[in-house]
Design a protein around this ligand. Structure first.
Ligand SMILES: Cc1cc2nc3c(=O)[nH]c(=O)nc-3n(C[C@H](O)[C@H](O)[C@H](O)COP(=O)(O)OP(=O)(O)OC[C@H]3O[C@@H](n4cnc5c(N)ncnc54)[C@H](O)[C@@H]3O)c2cc1C
Length: 276
């Protein structure tokens, strides 16, 4: 395997020109265990992007915050602005892996790994994140729901990387919930994030619910959301969750359990939002 560690975006572009099938390495917390399980997956060319400073850190403008893809889960957890305006991400980072993993794992890796159980993903969906992409044909961007197209599959083309994650500042509150088979170091059996805004009379002005581990990608629970916003009774409306999910049986649990658990915890959480 050839290994490269470019120091700048220009160096990275040049490298991709001669190694168009180069495989990107960030924190390596998904990639390295995968190679251990199956050494045949090791690429011929590995491009380690960690030295590229422009890809790290959190910036803010009037209308959005911009997160570099190399920003670690630990940095997300400690960020004041994320805690204040995108708390679903802070809560997800706080329930993420162990200390070593949090210092190593990046938000870009969590997005590009495109696992249905990725813990940062529901918060990014709920806050309508936009993914900035840089590649040989220039820059482009798309919503995270268009970017992730299946289990482990993204819209990235050869030589492209995620270069920025944009979060619009809309003043919504948000929260994250993760149900695992144990309290820590667990892959989510079900996870979800809710972003919402209330008016002075305590009515919901906006509501977005994104759930993970219940379909090949994170899904928006639109049927439930529409019913709630139309004033339907929550006890009945909660059954509409099944219209938007397609949970499967796997080694962790059954699809039926995932559906029941999601509905039970969601109902409880939505009721809590009204009293906040
Ligand atoms: C012990 C352990 C515990 C874990 N716990 C959790 C957990 O609680 N929750 C959770 O969601 N995940 C967990 N994970 C999975 C993993 O840590 C996360 O998915 C992490 O965010 C991956 O980031 P990374 O930087 O290590 O990615 P890497 O392993 O470096 O890369 C992952 C994939 O993304 C691609 N990639 C990375 N960055 C970019 C970029 N900027 N542009 C294009 N492609 C890119 C890589 O090519 C690769 O395909 C755990 C893993 C381990 C080993």
């Amino acid at each position: 395997m050839k290994y490269f560690a470019p120091n700048s975006m220009d160096e990275l572009k040049t490298l991709f020109q001669t190694n168009e099938n180069g495989s990107v390495l960030a924190g390596g917390t998904d990639v390295l265990p995968r190679w251990q399980d199956n050494p045949k997956l090791k690429p011929d060319v590995l491009i380690d992007i960690k030295k590229i400073k422009e890809l790290s850190g959190i910036r803010e403008s009037e209308n959005e915050i911009i997160i570099g893809p190399l920003t670690t889960v630990q940095e997300i957890k400690k960020s004041k602005i994320i805690q204040t305006e995108f708390s679903a991400l802070t809560e997800a980072a706080s329930q993420f892996g162990g200390v070593q993993i949090c210092h190593r794992a990046t938000i870009g890796g969590n997005i590009c790994n495109a696992s249905p159980a990725g813990d940062l993903l529901p918060g990014l969906y709920a806050h309508n994140a936009n993914i900035g992409i840089m590649g040989p044909n220039g820059n482009r961007s798309m919503s995270i729901s268009d970017f992730i197209i299946g289990v482990g599959k993204t819209a990235l083309e050869k030589g492209e990387i995620v270069s920025e994650i944009h979060l619009p500042r809309k003043g919504e509150k948000s929260l994250f919930y993760k149900l695992g088979l144990r309290q820590s170091m667990a892959i989510a059996v079900v996870n979800f994030a809710i972003a919402y805004e209330k008016d002075n009379a305590n009515n919901l002005k906006s509501l977005t619910i994104a759930a993970g581990s219940v379909a090949p990608t994170i899904v928006y629970l639109e049927s439930l959301t529409n019913a709630i916003m139309n004033g339907e009774n929550l006890d009945g409306a909660i059954q509409l969750v099944d219209e938007d999910i397609s949970p499967i049986d796997d080694i962790r649990t059954s699809g039926a359990y995932r559906s029941t658990a999601l509905k039970n915890v969601l109902k409880h959480t939505i009721k809590e939002i009204y009293v906040r």
